[in-house]
Design a protein around this ligand. Structure first.
Ligand SMILES: Cc1ncc(COP(=O)(O)O)c(C=O)c1O
Length: 366
């Protein structure tokens, strides 16, 4: 399902950084932040340890804490929700769209209370969330945290017509560079971005114990810093991101074409006026186990995501919504199957996957 790129250019950058013996707090991290902010069209960006710590830091700098409610999807990776608990606030789980799998605007509207302080929107599988979520948060003075951990290189036209890149579609953006993502850093890594002036220096200081440049800690932070080697690798990977995401788009187009009129498998849909980053290509079927067995037999990977919605997991056993039914969340967990779409797939592999999709029949592998 994942095959991170690694070449001589990245190897040389990593070795040169080690040879320099400036292993932390150096120019690579500074430059990576600058270049990533330019890529997103964000005001500033701060490299950090991983996507989960970026989410924690985003809530922390916005002062979200006890007594506050944060609206969050349940159909996502666990840390999108646990970061809320880690700052002492309450996650309020909302349903996702049945067609694009991101936060459902109506569910968000219904969940709004006087305690709601923030919304965490996820560009799930690389599909940007509904731009009307941005308008809703502005109108209701809510902080919008953009979980872009799966969306490097995604784009979406906003309601005002402006096209924005993932990382600049909210107040604070959070990325992960886990090796399976659209770009990586040779280990764990993350990035905080912001479009807001008041958070511009704070996304940096929170990754460094809440310190000012003269080393006085003025707010609670921690050591969330990225290493110089990771940043050096990330800078090289960033140069390839657009090309890699375009390759993912071309592969996705081929799969979607192959699935046209398929009796058992539906292709994913793409939101209008957006560019999907295709971190995952998830097909929908009433026979997910049979499809996986069919792929297994042909030696092709596949994966099912979020089969147990977050609010139903043990960690939320005492949450008031633990037994609540979120219909789309539940349905997607039961019907989606991710198939390989990484940019390193060979033509031969792509054709094998297409052929596997076309030859799938119920009963053939049961
Ligand atoms: C949607 C989403 N949010 C947050 C994260 C957390 O990122 P990390 O694993 O770098 O902590 C991930 C990672 O898989 C993710 O997919």
């Amino acid at each position: 399902m994942a095959r991170p790129s690694w070449n001589d250019e990245m190897r040389s950058a990593a070795v040169a950084t080690l040879d320099s013996k400036q292993w932390v707090k150096g120019r690579q991290v500074q430059q990576f932040g600058k270049e990533f902010a330019e890529h997103c069209g964000a005001l500033n960006a701060a490299p950090c340890q991983n996507g989960s710590s970026a989410l924690w830091a985003a809530l922390k700098i916005a002062g979200i804490g006890p007594g506050d409610e944060v609206l969050v999807p349940s159909y996502t990776f666990i840390s999108t929700a646990t970061c809320i608990v880690l700052v002492g606030a309450k996650p309020v789980f909302v349903d996702v769209e049945d067609d694009y799998y991101c936060l459902d605007l109506n569910s968000v509207k219904q969940a709004l209370t006087s305690h709601t302080k923030a919304v965490i929107g996820v560009h799930l599988f690389g599909q940007p969330y509904d731009p009307r979520i941005v308008d809703f948060c502005k109108e209701n003075h809510l902080l919008l945290i953009e979980d872009a951990a799966q969306a490097h290189g995604a784009q979406q036209q906003m309601s005002d017509g402006e096209v924005r890149v993932a990382g600049a579609m909210g107040d604070v953006g959070c990325f992960s560079f886990f090796p399976s993502k659209n770009m990586a850093v040779g280990g764990e890594g993350g990035m905080l971005t912001t479009t807001r002036g008041e958070y511009s220096s704070r996304i940096q200081s929170i990754t460094n114990h809440g310190r000012t440049p003269n080393l006085e800690s003025i707010e609670l932070g921690s050591n969330l810093r990225m290493s110089e080697v990771a940043a050096a690798i990330g800078r090289k990977q960033l140069n390839h991101l657009e090309k890699w995401v375009n390759i993912r788009r071309k592969i996705a187009e081929q799969y979607t074409l192959a699935l046209h009129n398929h009796p058992l498998i539906a292709a994913p849909q793409v939101r209008q006026n957006g560019l999907h980053a295709w971190h995952q290509y998830c097909v929908q079927t009433d026979y997910p186990e049979a499809l996986q067995a069919h792929f297994d037999k042909l030696g092709i990977d596949s994966r099912r995501y979020y089969t147990v919605p977050i609010h139903q997991q043990q960690i939320f056993a005492n949450h008031p919504q633990h037994t609540k039914l979120l219909p789309n969340t539940e349905h997607l967990g039961k019907t989606l199957v991710a198939i390989p779409v990484m940019h390193e797939l060979t033509e031969e592999e792509i054709h094998r996957i297409i052929s596997a999709l076309k030859t799938f029949q119920v009963g053939s592998d049961l």
